[in-house]
Ligand binder design. Sequence first.
Ligand SMILES: *[C@@H]1O[C@H](CO)[C@@H](O)[C@H](O)[C@H]1NC(C)=O
Ligand SMILES: *[C@@H]1O[C@H](CO)[C@@H](O)[C@H](O)[C@H]1NC(C)=O
Ligand SMILES: *[C@@H]1O[C@H](CO)[C@@H](O)[C@H](O)[C@H]1NC(C)=O
Length: 388
Amino acid sequence: MFKEEKKEKTNYGSIFVYCVFCFVLVVEVARLAKPYYNNLQNLMETGTPVVEEGFVDVEQSGVLPPCHSMRSRRSASVVPARNHEKLTGLIRREDRTRPPSSYCVKFESFETMAKLVTNNGDKYESRPFSVGGYNWTLIIYPNQNKPVGSGGFVSMYVRIDNSTLIANPRDVYAEITFLTYRSTTDKWHFLQETDAQRFHLFRQEWGQLLFLEIAYYKNPSTAGYIFNGGQSVFGVDILVSDPFKEWEVFSYDENIRDPITDWKLTRFSTRNLDSYTSEPFSSGGRNWVLKVYPNGVGAATGNSLSLYLLSASNEKGYVKAKLRVIDQKGSSHVEKQVDGWPNATENGWGYEKFIPLVDIKDTSKGFLVFDTLKVEVEILSFSKTDSL
Ligand SMILES: *[C@@H]1O[C@H](CO)[C@@H](O)[C@H](O)[C@H]1NC(C)=O
Ligand SMILES: *[C@@H]1O[C@H](CO)[C@@H](O)[C@H](O)[C@H]1NC(C)=O
Ligand SMILES: *[C@@H]1O[C@H](CO)[C@@H](O)[C@H](O)[C@H]1NC(C)=O
């Protein structure tokens, strides 16, 4: 059993080496046999899925599998460009189903358009369309090495209408994605720069020199970018992003002005409401209230007094404070610290079981004097979030 497996592996290995050798041989023959070169190219384009695979593999792994070495040789300029894109991580080249969000241009015949634009700077410029408060045009260069440096690629650009910029010079940041429709997969092939582009008076145009090989738009083609007897579709997403207009500042204040406040509850034993809330007081520039449940709340009901500190303006955030019930005869105050974000729904910061009711009623202790209970808060620090 073990032996057999091993044997099989060896066989695969030699087949692989043989295959690679064959590929290299075929490539070299193809290169030398120039007149047959174009035929071979067409042959390869009929294998649409294979072409696509090569595409994806180069993109995703950066490694060229041997099966696709022919394609890479055919358009040798492509691979370094893609690898470069991959390395910088700035450009995304993929397919998607969502159509262009800003504008679309359909050519009834790519071939005819390419011919007609030769006496117009070799470019097709769309009508203006409006995105993000600006007018834009989409520019497509269908011909070889137009603009210079594009080699065998279709180039795509966008231009911002400068009338608004002339009247009011400023920077416009926009994320740009160029797309072309592919009928075989019913998807949009796109090229996207991950960074937003900055447009201004002195940079009104930006685009991709190497959008897609012109060869894909040769008719007839099985790649799908040319369909219905010569049609092609190009599009663009322009996402203008305005700088933020609202913001907040989070800070933490430890030097509290007027940190200590006390509150006397007179005629305490006759108080029969569930809870009593103090007048608002200011501490550290913020308004607060104290809240007492004389007979307790929640788990403390009937056994302990509950005591809370609340923000009068309903601020959330971090608070560090000491809550006290004062011993008015001595100094055995009951003190508990809150230290954190509000942890009692509706009640801010505090404790259900602050002090047992029996201790309050115990006249030998000094919590209730002349039927008056005295509570106190010392605010040590709190965080602030200011909206601007
Ligand atoms: C965009 O173009 C239209 C038509 O040319 C024009 O009426 C409009 O004022 C332009 N808008 C901007 C923001 O330039
Ligand atoms: C504004 O755009 C037009 C059309 O592209 C161009 O001819 C003109 O020179 C531009 N003006 C400025 C000030 O950039
Ligand atoms: C609130 O937090 C304190 C600690 O800071 C904790 O002892 C107390 O039980 C909490 N109160 C509630 C109602 O969860």
